[in-house]
Design a protein around this ligand. Structure first.
Ligand code: F6P
Length: 322
């Protein structure tokens, strides 16, 4: 039987476009004749009974806002059998039979547990890292890429003026997608990602020397957060090449800001798809994109997939950055 009353929450690290996804969930649900509640601060809100009834106007003017107006949290209490049962009981007491969870892998494990406790759940991938294996793209990723590119372009201006090298760390703990794409877009001399081990002499020093021999005088190295040691790396580069080098860690600036058109559209499509599944009585799925299509996969199957790193793009980046 299809859901009659649903809740929507955002969980884990926030991502630009989460508001657009909540808006899509609320308006899709209302259009399909369901009741819909917003839940504050992720799974914590389910545990604390923080259900806010949503109307068409509750989600006005948020499509262009970064962050998440429902707030977000990581909830240790929910990560226990008692926590999951309490959350499911609170949903049932409120008459809620389905939940849309907007977040990353950790949030989807929570959704799977909630399904086990009898509540229908659909996961919507919202994270800047693009580290969800089953989908081509996650909500927030495109905005983060454009922010990182703009920031590195600015760093590049001053790097060039001073004939320096800049080592710029972008986000991505286990996933080098932000680094790889930003590196290509800004013409980084080398890009370091967690998926590919690097050799300091060959992949950094030799590449700088080779470019220097053809007249280049400034260099940008992009490093994914998961590779780490950014400050140390900058010092090593300066010592090995004699090029004055600075380190910049972009950090959480990449998580904020108004979502790009791409993220707003993606969030709208995914939010709508999630509600449609619940309306049809389908549960335990993660919404994803595959090429131009919006699809969905069983949660455990999706979580067990291995991410595929784009080796070809990495090769192209090495050929062009010279
Ligand atoms: O998952 C998104 C992300 O921004 C990662 O890139 C980063 O490692 C992490 O979240 C930072 O999390 P926190 O909000 O706890 O600082």
């Amino acid at each position: 039987m299809g859901a009659k009353s649903i809740a929507v929450l955002t969980s884990g690290g926030d991502a630009p476009g989460m508001n657009a996804a909540v808006r899509a969930v609320v308006r899709s649900a209302l259009s399909m004749g369901m009741e819909v509640y917003g839940v504050n601060r992720g799974y914590n809100g389910l545990l604390k009974n923080e259900f806010i009834p949503m109307t068409l106007r509750s989600v006005s003017d948020i499509i262009s806002d970064g962050g998440t107006f429902l707030y977000t949290a990581r909830s240790p209490e929910f990560n226990s059998a008692e926590g999951v049962k309490k959350a499911a009981d609170n949903c049932r007491a409120k008459g809620i039979d389905g939940v849309v969870v907007i977040g990353g892998d950790g949030s989807f494990r929570g959704a799977r547990d909630l399904v086990g406790a009898g509540i229908m759940c659909i996961g919507v991938p919202g994270t800047i890292d693009n580290d969800i294996a089953c989908t081509d793209s996650t909500i927030g990723y495109d905005t983060a890429l454009n922010t990182a590119m703009e920031m590195v372009d600015r760093i590049r201006d001053t790097t060039e003026s001073h004939d320096r090298c800049s080592v710029v760390e972008v986000m991505g703990r286990k996933c080098g997608d932000i680094a790889l794409n930003t590196g290509i877009a800004v013409g980084a001399i080398t890009t370091l990602v967690p998926e590919v081990p690097y050799d300091f002499d060959k992949d950094i020093v030799a590449r700088i020397e080779r470019s220097r021999s053809t007249g280049k005088k400034h260099y940008v190295v992009v490093v994914a957060e998961g590779v780490g040691h950014t400050e140390e790396l900058a010092k090593k580069i300066e010592a090995a090449t004699g090029v004055e080098t600075r380190a910049t860690i972009l950090g959480h600036v990449q998580r904020g800001g108004s979502p790009t058109l791409r993220d707003r559209v993606l969030a709208s499509q995914m939010g709508y798809h999630a509600v449609k599944l619940l309306h049809e009585g389908i549960s335990n799925r993660i919404v994803a994109t595959k090429g131009l299509d919006v699809v969905d996969y069983e949660i455990t199957e999706a979580l067990n997939r291995d991410r595929v790193f784009d080796e070809e793009l990495y090769k192209i980046s090495a050929v062009l950055s010279i």
